[in-house]
Ligand binder design. Sequence first.
Ligand code: GTP
Length: 417
Amino acid sequence: LAAGGHTTGVSPVIRKKLMGYVGFANLPNQVHRKSVRKGFQFTAMVVGESGLGKSTLINTLFNTTLYPPKEPFPPAAERPKTVAIESIGADIEENGVRLHLTVVDTPGFGDFVNNDDSWKPIVENIESRFDSYLEQENRVNRSKVVDNRVHACLYFIQPTGHSLKQIDIEFMRRLHTKVNLIPVIAKADTLTDEEIAEFKERILADIAHHNIHIFQAPTYENEDEETIAEAEEIASKIPFAVVGSDKIVETPDGRKVRGRVYPWGVVEVDNEDHCDFVKLRQMLVRTYMEELREYTNDVLYENWRTEKLLSMGVAQDSSVFKEINPAARMQEERILHEAKLAKMEAEMKMVFQQKVQEKEAKLKQSEEELYARHKEMKDALEKQRAELEDKKRKIESGRPLTPEKASTGRKKGFLRT
Ligand code: GTP
């Protein structure tokens, strides 16, 4: 019962002061403990032409050799003929928190003479992952739902310093409603700071011109200033100009860092003055991984699901509920089954009654026939008896009997004198 005695409608919110510690302030800790126990699933996709440093960046981001070193130029026979989709998974743990990380690679993207349809297998792969999630949601037992949906897509832009290429625009246009797009300028150490700034401006102009939605760090109402500033800082770096390296090198001042050594100095991956790697890591891992998962589930997947159900002719009303709710569907199937059984039973009863009536009619007919035959025989007998009576009377009234009759009558003592 809502405070204030209302039993129906929306309960009024009344702020009350607690008289002592109750304990629900511990809820976030409970959620935390549960999440840690369950572990997390995160799937990142990397898309970009061959050799842009995708594997190196993933290794750098998760500080592990998820991708072993590859041959720079595999023999032609080993190179994919179309865009392939390859995923690699790893269970990683940090301070007791387990993360099942899946990286989906798309070798072959942008590597052909004609790259017009390079985006197609990637869209298909993302949608088939949505499909598999929807199928799991519809199962009776949903306790073991595995989330294989792609939560973020790192799109590697070639560091040309010009503007986006047709293939980049086409890819982002086709994908931005299906996945959280995070564009990165690959191998940013090959451009000067000025070139990067201008390149970023042109990229952003192209993105805006084509109404492409790029994932933005979200800010909520009542958020503290520090969080808002952090989100703004991250947003200001998009598209992230990144440098990847899983090698530890030594700086001229003797520090050991992850970086790339050049004749003129060392580019440090984790130095915010050198590149945007730190901000990208913040966006993808440290601060907004959960938001990426949430946006994928609440917006991208939800929109896709609605569209899919509508295209299947399921209206967005209670029938959607039935479509996705196994209990409602089973209930409906049970009612239909019971109705079918009842119909069959009624039909059987009717046939039985018909058969009984036919049998009764036949019995009645044979009874009547028997009765008629019986009556016929009775009448015949009656007639015979009457004739005999008549004969007897005639004999008794004085007509002489034949000698044969007289002797018979005497013998039996029937003859009266
Ligand atoms: P594919 O697997 O063929 O698609 O390549 P990839 O995109 O995974 O590139 P990979 O990580 O294998 O790197 C290709 C080459 O670029 C390697 O020699 C890397 O050392 C080098 N590389 C990687 N990241 C960077 C970077 O940020 N800057 C520079 N200058 N080179 C890089």
